[in-house]
Design a protein around this ligand. Structure first.
Ligand code: ZN
Length: 262
């Protein structure tokens, strides 16, 4: 960062001290967290909006994993930074719904730290963000899964392809549907291959990782994995910030592991 940048941020500190989204405390702009690269979705004025103490608290939860049952005898692991907990839900909500975009830096850091232990080698990694319907993306101004994928690719290697698959329609919020049948019906024909996708974007050795923010029932991520599989594109894993422990409809039975004190 240049001297001019440092000076500018010091000046901003004086005028607009940043507040931590979790505890509300004001803190300086320079201190603990590098703003990192301004990849997809990030604007020059975005900042982490989390203090060091709260980040440390978030880091105390352990990574979580379950196995998605995608039918025809195939299972795909879901790797998460942690089991979904109230603090994480608050931070993801502020990021997605209140537009506190800079939270993607500390949040993605939680996931890259978790994935470091999962031995994802950077070779031939292709990150596929769970697509948002274009109307919803326009309203929000960004696709949070794409923001997360861009940060993951920057740290762990590989590249992001947000054009391989599109969402043809909006769906009801999966969490509001109670039966597995309703959830399956809700996800019917939701995805399609992108117009620009030719199949040349990936080869046999490409390792495809689907990226989502929070995985609850596994129905949406599972539908995407099944859709890609039906087009001959095999997904190696789904990664996300938070994974729900309780809701089991889309998962293989008895597949939870990991622990959490969050
Ligand atoms: Zn704080």
């Amino acid at each position: 960062m240049s001297f001019r940048h440092d000076f500018l941020f010091s000046l901003l500190d004086l005028i607009y001290p940043e507040h931590c989204q979790m505890c509300g405390a004001a803190y300086g702009t320079a201190p603990w967290f590098s703003r990192g690269p301004r990849l997809y979705g990030l604007r020059p004025w975005d900042s982490p909006h989390l203090c060091r103490d709260c980040f440390t608290t978030l880091q105390e939860s352990f990574p979580a994993t379950r196995v998605l049952d995608i039918g025809t005898g195939r299972e795909v692991p879901v790797l998460a930074a942690q089991w979904t907990n109230p603090q994480l839900v608050d931070m993801v909500g502020a990021w997605k719904y209140k537009g506190v975009r800079g939270l993607v830096w500390p949040l993605s850091r939680l996931l890259t730290q978790a994935l470091a232990g999962a031995q994802l080698s950077a070779q031939n990694l292709l990150w596929i963000p769970l697509p948002l319907h274009r109307r919803r993306r326009r309203e929000r101004g960004f696709n949070q899964a794409h923001m997360l994928a861009a940060q993951l690719a920057d740290v762990l290697g590989g590249r992001v392809d947000d054009g391989m698959v599109v969402r043809r329609r909006t769906t009801l919020q999966q969490a509001k549907l109670t039966s597995t049948q309703d959830r399956m019906a809700n996800m019917q024909d939701v995805f399609a291959l992108g117009k620009a996708f030719t199949g040349h974007e990936y080869g046999k050795s490409t390792r495809i990782i689907v990226v989502d923010d929070l995985v609850t029932s596994g129905a949406t991520a599972g539908a995407l994995v099944r859709f890609l599989s039906s087009r001959g594109i095999q997904v190696e894993a789904v990664v996300c910030l938070g994974l729900a422990k309780a809701d089991s409809s889309g998962f293989s039975s008895g597949s939870s592991s990991g622990s959490s004190n969050g």
